[in-house]
Ligand binder design. Structure first.
Ligand SMILES: [Zn+2]
Length: 392
């Protein structure tokens, strides 16, 4: 296996206070830095002057570098288009969970080839913007066959696959939501569990209540899946506390939180994943990241990329929103979009630049990662390595 030295990095975000030469703070930045990649792993990181020799050398030209973004929440297996719904919403109509039905109809009608082509297109789009790990979900099929095929397609492209049969009640079960929960926790789970790592539920008025969500998550856990929860996006509710009680890896959205919800998150091991693309695209109130951070809650920051409520694959865009409107510092936002996303996926091999971690590295045409928020909308990502391979 040949080694590659990437040197002349202006500042390297490592997210690992154990890396030699790093400064203070959770980003553990190393000025005038270098890394060495061997195969798909980092084998060295630190000050460039101390770097060992390698078979090949890449000069970063003084650019800032950081771990590849970890987008721990997306919905990329879908077909169809909801431009008209967005247009109407921006003309004054409120967002409702039921808009998902439009995508369900289009997804059921699409071929496997069409669904996979869409998925690979959005993954490539994300990669060009620095995202090297993507979690994605089912949830637009809502039949045994369509949920299972969505997961099979997703699993061909990422290890982080989530069963979200409980996205909304399938239209065929509109008058029998209990019957749909039985399907999701029975035959649909049987077909889907082999293809997924996670089980998720949209715990919200208009989707699934606390008791239904508990049934879905515990059934998934009995089949070896680990829970994550769409919680407290549109209003207050039991989702966040249920997530913490069941030891979910992540409670996602967390837009409407009581003090009890925040106390629960601060006392448990559940990461709060904030998804400001959804608030942006629905003109909804922002989640209060500052309140969560001050309470000691671990945050992830992700795109929620989906055709209805957040059709962005751009983590840098979400970082800019989080800094501008949610009370995060630029450093906190960068940490949440890298190490925080890794924590939300219970991964220690990504989201950090440290020996042994997967060699996922992004270079920015900027002197520091503050520019991700300081220069919103500007395509700053110039180079991306994923698993040691230069992809961009
Ligand atoms: Zn979502």
């Amino acid at each position: 296996m040949s080694t590659t030295l990437i040197t002349n990095i202006g500042v390297l975000v490592t997210n690992d206070p154990g890396v030699p030469g790093c400064g203070p703070g959770p980003l553990a930045p190393v000025p005038d830095a270098a890394v060495v990649i061997d195969g798909d792993r980092f084998v060295w990181a630190g000050p460039a002057r101390d770097a060992p020799a390698a078979d090949a050398v890449h000069d970063a030209g003084g650019r800032a570098a950081l771990p590849g973004f970890v987008d721990s929440h997306s919905h990329l297996v879908f077909a169809g288009d909801r431009t008209a719904e967005f247009d109407a919403r921006m003309s004054g109509q409120p967002y409702r969970a039921g808009g998902i039905r439009t995508t369900v109809a289009a997804t059921r009608a699409a071929s496997d080839t069409q669904l996979e082509a869409g998925l690979t297109r959005y993954l490539a789009e994300a990669l060009r913007q620095g995202t090297t790990t993507v979690e994605t979900k089912s949830g637009y099929g809502l039949t045994v066959h369509d949920e299972a095929r969505a997961l099979e397609i997703a699993a061909r492209h990422t290890d982080e696959v989530t069963y979200l049969g409980a996205h909304i009640v399938a239209p065929e079960y509109a008058d029998d939501p209990a019957g749909y929960v039985d399907l999701v926790t029975g035959p649909m789970l049987d077909a889907c569990a082999p293809h997924a790592r996670w089980v998720d539920v949209f715990c919200e008025r208009g989707a699934f209540d606390g008791d239904q969500a508990r049934a879905v998550l515990t059934a998934g856990m009995e089949r070896g899946l680990t829970p994550r929860v769409h919680a407290n996006q549109l209003g207050h509710g039991p989702g966040v506390r249920l997530a913490v009680e069941l030891g979910a890896a992540s409670a996602d959205h967390c837009t409407h939180l009581t003090d009890a919800d925040i106390d629960a998150l601060a006392s448990g091991s559940t990461v709060a994943t904030l998804l400001p693309g959804a608030e942006f695209s629905t003109r909804a109130p922002w989640p209060d990241a500052r309140r969560l951070l001050d309470a000691g809650v671990v945050l992830a920051l992700s795109t929620d990329c989906n055709p209805g409520s957040s059709f962005t694959s751009s983590v840098p865009f979400c970082i800019a929103l989080a800094v501008r409107d949610m009370g995060m510092t630029p450093d906190e936002a960068v940490w949440s979009a890298t190490a925080g996303g890794a924590a939300a996926l219970r991964r220690t091999d990504i989201g950090r630049v440290t020996p042994g971690a997967r060699a996922d590295l992004v270079l920015l045409d900027a002197p520091s990662t503050v520019h991700l928020a300081y220069r919103p909308g500007v395509p700053l990502v110039t180079d991306v390595w994923r698993g040691g391979r230069k992809e961009v």
